[in-house]
Design a protein around this ligand. Structure first.
Ligand code: F6P
Length: 400
């Protein structure tokens, strides 16, 4: 008996389940090589605790809905595995790999999750286990090394661009308007915030602040005053990760040591109102950036499905300790080819927005626009029931 286990890890995206769909579909094409297709409940924790369920036992309609379902349908985690491979938790993992006759392990995540994936690959190698371990890239932050982009970034970018464009129409309809501060996710990398530069001119943000650049509160206030005097209203897009004096001592921290951000827009609005007496409105795009089936990029979804399929193909070819990446060949027409890179090159590395993609605090460069434009192309026709979008709801019957 040769089974596979699929693990979703870290923050979800709008297309993380599309990669699961691709992997599932590819696996069922090889009944001679793969028997059970297990989903691990809540990321690596499912494998540690022996909480797996069989995806073949789920309603086929729920499988089909994966490609329009955001969130992690299997459940996810931010749990970090210990450095020491002799830690008892690894013995627990090995025990369950044996117990469930696992031959193929897939971990779908960002840079922290590739650290987990790398550790599992090393563990299997050191213990001479005949198990293939493959990484499947995802994160709306687009900060993974070795790949042109990550799956989920383009759909999140499309959600950011279209949301800000729509907001701009509301923001400018009053004679005497407000300063709107829109907060975008992305921790230390400004890729997603930079996407707001693709908002058309009639709604284009006045200022765009990335975490890669120094943020000076005094200069910011000067710019806000100027915008208000010149236009009467303004739209400012900030990354959740911009660095300025703010109180994070009560903020939650995950096991990788990342402070749970969010709230920078509220803090800046408070500063503007108290120092300048200018009315503000804060818009924290929050989960609607990464859990938004209505603004999916077809390109992103199709690539997510294909990478899921390719990860299974790679494992069946005997590859292990590698992650599937995309290398761009051209922008127009958009062509990317798929390759494999060692997990060690990706684990914990962070790819921030390169200097050549930035212009100034109001614009990104033409090169950035040329980079992002093809990624957000194509729309999706969703399945609705009684006016409500249909989403996957797995039963997750735990295997004994
Ligand atoms: O996974 C990336 C991300 O979406 C970041 O952009 C954000 O800072 C973080 O996750 C939020 O994570 P959580 O939802 O676990 O608080």
């Amino acid at each position: 008996m040769k089974n596979m286990v699929y693990i979703q890890s870290g923050g979800p995206t709008s297309v993380i389940n599309s990669s699961l769909y691709g992997a599932f579909k590819e696996a069922v094409r090889h009944p001679d090589l793969i028997d059970h297709i297990y989903g691990s409940i809540n990321g690596i924790e499912g494998l540690i605790e022996g909480k797996l369920f069989d995806l073949r036992e789920e309603d086929p309609h729920d499988i089909e809905l994966l490609i329009q379902t955001p969130g992690a349908a299997l459940g996810t985690t931010r749990r970090k595995l210990p450095k020491d491979i002799k830690d008892p938790v690894y013995m627990q993992i090995v025990h369950n790999l044996m117990k469930f006759s696992i031959k193929y392990v897939f971990i779908n995540g960002g840079n922290d999750s590739m650290d987990t994936c790398n550790k599992i690959a090393q563990l299997c190698d050191e213990m001479n286990l005949d198990i293939q371990v493959i990484g499947v890239p995802k994160t709306i932050d687009n900060d993974l090394a070795c790949t042109d982009h990550t799956l989920g970034y383009a759909s999140a970018a499309k959600a950011v661009i279209n949301s800000i464009y729509a907001i701009s129409k509301d923001a400018l309809c009053y004679k005497e308007g407000k300063i709107h501060i829109v907060e975008v996710m992305g921790r230390n990398a400004g890729w997603l915030t930079a996407a707001s530069d693709l908002v058309p001119e009639d709604g284009h943000p006045d200022l765009i602040y990335l975490p890669e650049n120094k943020f000076d509160v005094e200069e910011f206030l000067k710019d806000i005053k100027d915008i208000k005097e010149r236009k009467g209203y303004g739209i400012v897009v900030i990354s959740e990760g911009i660095k300025f004096e703010r109180d994070t001592k009560n903020a939650a921290v995950d096991s990788f040591g990342h402070v749970q951000l969010a709230g920078a827009c509220t803090e800046l609005a408070r500063i503007i109102e108290s120092r300048l007496g200018i009315k503000t409105r804060v818009v924290e795009l929050s989960l609607l950036q990464r859990a938004n089936p209505f603004l999916l990029s077809r390109n992103d979804r199709d690539e997510a499905i294909e990478v899921g399929e390719r990860s299974v193909t790679a494992a069946l070819e005997g590859k292990t300790g590698q992650m599937v990446v995309m290398k761009r060949v051209s922008n127009e027409p958009y062509i990317a080819r798929f390759e494999l890179v060692p997990l060690g090159d990706v684990a914990n590395a962070e790819q921030t927005l390169p200097k050549e993609f930035m212009q100034d605090k109001t614009r990104m460069s033409d090169a950035f626009r040329a980079y992002l434009k093809p990624l957000i192309q194509g729309n999706i026709h969703l399945i609705y029931k009684d006016g409500i979008v249909e989403l996957t709801n797995f039963k997750k019957k735990v295997i004994k």
